[in-house]
Ligand binder design. Structure first.
Ligand code: ZN
Length: 462
């Protein structure tokens, strides 16, 4: 008999959801890992014969998936979770939080708030995140990277006042200079967190900022991340300013492409879907935000049509004060279930599509599909393991349906990022979770004091 090959870790006996090109789901499966790469994926019986593992992880009655990808979060919004009145829709919400809270958030708030989001989302199976713009980029990339998750982040920048929203606006030159400085200073990243180009988008950026930012993303071989077409007002503003809808206009000025990721995208026309498909532009769908701050997802959302047309759609939990959670399993549920209702068609969404959105599509949106997003030999060892021996997982006939429609995110048992267990048996290994919770609770007192925002509720707190 041939000698066995040595590997570092063998995750064995689980149901392995590969998300590989054949979309194999391997019951009694195994994943072999050497250093930070996946060496092999297959039936446990076959892999046990081939490999001698330094460590085995028994995944009996466990679901083994690619690390989930939370493709849109905001570090600086975390410290005001639950502070704004829940009766504010899109623009009034943004006005409120930026006028009263975001302007008083400091680097410490962003770092600990950011770590709070990352711990929360990690504990639901997330290995990789795409952040939507920080104000204290240097200290924040240094501070959040110690959790050991993979991610892209950038500087929150915009140079135009839209609908009276004038807080924190910068000149075009400052936006471009600061973004380029960040790209240069942190080109190699800190740990597994790397820089990307971020602009706020919607009506808040000039054409010059859009065009130069796309050029910067091309030059540094990264992505350009922004928000677009969240509300009807955004479309109306674009029509009156440019004589074209938002995505038509971005196409006209050459800002669409495979390295562009557009968040929200609730209000798009059939023509715009065609432009997204033709240019390979990525869409980041945030269903929890769209519903909570009334973007009109159920009336206007065209996510099934986008996917039908070949547009890559990933999902993100968005800001902690308009979503307001960072549980990717809950988010997959919304991504799968909402189109069934708004299309009055149970086939308009599916567990499989939701899992793709949370894995391989997220990887593609971040230009990382060659490295992550599926469990395949040669890819980075980013793996999530969910415990199926729980009330929310039984009876267990169809692992994929239970994962998306029945399970809670806290059924995630262990998470490996880049070959290392960052969470094991629900214990975060890289940082002190209790410290994160305590620091956020302490910093929240300062945020409340500095922002002077009262508690909004029709009920009486005594
Ligand atoms: Zn956002």
């Amino acid at each position: 008999m041939a000698a066995k090959t040595r590997v570092d870790v063998l995750i064995e006996n689980g149901t392995v959801v590969t998300v590989d090109p054949q979309r194999r789901v391997i019951r009694n499966g195994a994943v072999a890992i050497t250093r930070n790469r996946i060496k092999d994926v297959g039936k446990a019986s076959a892999l046990k014969k081939k490999y001698e593992a330094r460590r085995t992880y028994d995944a009996t009655m466990k679901l083994v998936t690619p690390g989930l990808i939370n493709a849109h979060i905001h570090f600086y919004h975390h410290m005001h979770r639950g502070l704004s009145p829940e009766t504010l829709a899109g623009m009034p919400w943004s006005d409120f939080v930026h006028r009263k809270v975001a302007t008083i958030v400091n680097a410490e708030d962003e770092i600990w708030g950011g770590l709070g989001i990352l711990v929360e989302t990690l504990k639901t199976g997330v290995t990789t995140f795409l952040e939507a713009g920080s104000y204290n980029i240097g200290p924040v990339i240094e501070g959040v990277s110690r959790i050991g998750m993979r991610g892209l982040m950038g500087r929150r920048s915009f140079d135009m006042v839209s609908q009276g929203h004038d807080m924190l606006v910068d000149s075009t030159r400052k936006c471009l200079n600061e973004n380029e400085k960040f790209m240069k200073d942190y080109r190699g990243g800190v740990g597994l967190v790397k820089p990307c180009v971020v602009v706020v988008g919607m009506g808040r950026c000039s054409d010059r900022l859009y065009v130069k930012s796309k050029e910067m993303a091309d030059k540094y071989r990264t992505i350009l991340h922004m928000h677009q077409a969240n509300m009807i007002e955004n479309v109306q503003e674009s029509l009156s300013m440019n004589g074209a809808r938002p995505i038509e206009h971005l196409y006209d000025i050459g800002v669409l492409g495979k390295n562009v990721a557009l968040t929200h995208m609730v209000h798009v026309s059939a023509k715009e879907i065609g432009l997204l498909a033709r240019t390979g532009t990525n869409v980041l769908h945030c269903p929890s935000t769209a519903m909570k701050i009334s973007y009109g997802l159920s009336a206007f959302g065209k996510f099934p049509e986008m996917m039908e047309a070949g547009v890559n759609v990933a999902i993100g939990t968005d800001a902690s004060d308009c979503s307001n959670f960072n549980d990717m399993v809950r988010l997959m549920y919304l991504a799968a279930a909402t189109p069934k209702d708004y299309r009055y068609d149970p086939a308009a969404g599916s567990a499989e599509k939701a899992i793709e959105m949370a894995t391989i599509n997220g990887a593609r949106a971040m230009n990382m599909e060659r490295e992550i997003g599926s469990l395949e030999p040669g890819k980075k060892a980013d793996v999530a393991i969910f415990d199926m021996k729980r009330p929310d997982w039984v009876p267990l006939y169809n692992e994929l349906q239970n994962f998306v429609y029945s399970a809670q995110g806290n059924s995630c048992e262990s998470v490996m990022v880049d070959g290392k267990f960052v969470m094991e048996n629900r214990e975060v290994k890289s940082i002190d979770e209790t410290e994160v919770v305590e620091r956020i609770s302490r910093l929240a007192k300062g945020v409340m004091k500095r922002s002077k925002v009262p508690l909004y509720s029709p009920w009486k707190f005594i």
